[in-house]
Design a binder for this molecule. Structure first.
Ligand SMILES: Cc1cc2nc3c(=O)[nH]c(=O)nc-3n(C[C@H](O)[C@H](O)[C@H](O)COP(=O)(O)OP(=O)(O)OC[C@H]3O[C@@H](n4cnc5c(N)ncnc54)[C@H](O)[C@@H]3O)c2cc1C
Length: 208
């Protein structure tokens, strides 16, 4: 059954991950595979078994997973977005600080005190930024004084195959903890949106 959208999860102190739209789902993977064999399900669990087999096969029949497509709304620190956009197989559009004035919103790691040098620096950088904007500086130049902890927003349209590539890499313990929080949130949403494919992926690839 199609999930009710959007599915929204808060991430970090001020970020979020929203599943805004979904094309296909587990059924799209089955459709992609069954057209190859011109086959139909012969039992109630045949489609689920097919997806598990496709996920476990080596080499994997990857293109069948490309028929399910997600559009995510993301709010994350710029340093996370910069890593995220290294993932080229997907489409992005991001809030522009050429056109918009930056909100005074930045990531503060848990446990960092309000009077810490980190927070003082971020506040001071926003003071300077706002002063430059009020003096008539171009926003695209004034933004240069802001740090990469500032929150940005983007939308990301990605197929399930590329999503799983991102999940595998960004759930890895070597990936940055802040980025992993978004990947964990996405895996939870993936399990709701495409329960059979996501469970098969978690079992066969993530081993969890
Ligand atoms: C823990 C970690 C640390 C990292 N550290 C660094 C770092 O220090 N510096 C740095 O620069 N990057 C770093 N990266 C980014 C990494 O190198 C990849 O750019 C990023 O993970 C995107 O992976 P991808 O290319 O598989 O994804 P996508 O760009 O989405 O590509 C998906 C797949 O498509 C294929 N593909 C896409 N484009 C091409 C192409 N041009 N040629 C051939 N095949 C292609 C590949 O099979 C690829 O796996 C790091 C990533 C991780 C997870």
């Amino acid at each position: 059954m199609a999930p009710e959208l959007p599915i929204c999860v808060d991430v970090l102190d001020r970020g979020h991950l929203h599943l805004e739209d979904l094309l296909g789902g587990d059924g799209a993977v089955v459709r992609g595979a069954r057209i190859c064999y011109q086959s139909t399900a012969k039992s109630d669990d045949a489609d689920a078994r097919l997806i598990r087999r496709l996920m476990q096969s080596s080499p994997r029949h990857n293109t069948v997973f490309e028929h399910a497509v997600f559009r995510w709304g993301v709010k994350c620190p710029i340093f996370v977005a910069r890593q995220w956009m290294r993932h080229r197989i997907g489409s992005y559009n991001e809030k522009s600080l050429r056109y918009c004035v930056a909100d005074r919103e930045y990531y503060v790691p848990a446990g960092v005190e309000a009077d810490s040098p980190y927070v003082q620096h971020m506040e001071r950088s926003f003071d300077v930024y706002e002063e430059l904007v009020s003096q008539g500086w171009k926003r695209e130049q004034a933004r240069a004084v802001l740090g990469s902890a500032v929150y940005t927003e983007f939308i990301w349209t990605v197929n399930a195959w590329s999503l799983m590539n991102w999940l595998e890499k960004r759930l890895d313990p070597h990936a940055q903890w802040e980025h992993r929080q978004y990947a964990e949130a996405a895996l939870g949403i993936y399990r709701q949106a495409m329960p059979v494919t996501a469970a098969a992926f978690a079992e066969a690839v993530l081993k969890r």
